[in-house]
Design a protein around this ligand. Structure first.
Ligand SMILES: C[S@@+](CC[C@H](N)C(=O)[O-])C[C@H]1O[C@@H](n2cnc3c(N)ncnc32)[C@H](O)[C@@H]1O
Length: 209
């Protein structure tokens, strides 16, 4: 399946990266997928299309995001939510009248899968501790890029790995967010996990050894 952009912004925009990402998910065929860092929901929609093509309606997607740019996100790298393309600005501001970086905006993009999707607005540092990880078999970690946040997110999702699931982390080796690599390296060594760096150092794929 090809990765589509749905006239929105996504961090998987670089040529071939989205397709690579979907081929990774397709290998594992997860039934319950968690994405930390939903942004405009483009990856969410692609994942739902893929899981629908594999399982029909028998899948779940859970997405978590701050959906806001406030003080508490001061240490976080929030992608620019403004469009460079003026047509997209006009489309969302005057035709759709919807902010694509909002829970309502993402719900709109995912409405085809509304019975499979749960979206949560909040900070992963508080929300992940409350999520039942026992059914989740795939995590795409692409939320906060601060060392402590990535460490928190990995710790909270450790049960997924114990149950033979996968955590795929984006932005493993970003020069302006070195905390991602540091947290992943420390977490995988401390827990004796298998960690493969794939797609030209873009993703860290973590699983049980
Ligand atoms: C790189 S974007 C995610 C891109 C998205 N996964 C995609 O493929 O298009 C990172 C997102 O993480 C969110 N975020 C940052 N820190 C967070 C936190 N502590 N908890 C939850 N979401 C967070 C930001 O609001 C932003 O939307």
């Amino acid at each position: 399946m090809r990765y589509k952009k749905y006239f929105r912004k996504t961090s998987l925009k670089q040529k071939g990266v989205g397709d690579f990402f979907l081929s990774e998910i397709a290998q594992k065929k997860p039934k319950t997928f968690l994405e930390v860092g939903v942004f405009h929901g483009v990856t969410a929609r692609n994942v739902c299309e893929l899981l629908y093509s594999i399982h029909g309606n028998d899948f779940n997607y859970i997405g978590l995001d701050l959906f806001e740019e406030k003080d508490e996100t001061i240490n976080e790298v929030i992608p620019n939510t403004k469009f460079k393309n003026p047509l997209k600005t006009i489309y969302f501001n005057y035709i759709k009248r919807l902010d694509p970086y909002s829970i309502e905006g993402v719900e709109d993009l995912l409405k085809k899968f509304k019975n499979n999707v749960s979206l949560i607005k909040g900070n992963s540092n508080t929300i992940l501790k409350k999520i039942d990880m026992s059914k989740i078999d795939y995590v795409f970690l692409d939320g906060g890029h601060d060392y402590l946040t990535v460490m928190n997110d990995l710790d909270c999702c450790n049960e997924v790995l114990i149950n033979n699931g996968i955590i795929l982390c984006d932005d493993y080796d970003l020069s302006y967010a070195p905390g991602v690599k540091q947290a992943i390296d420390e977490f995988t060594i401390a827990n004796k996990l298998k960690c493969q760096i794939i797609c030209n150092d873009r993703f860290a794929k973590i699983e049980k050894n």
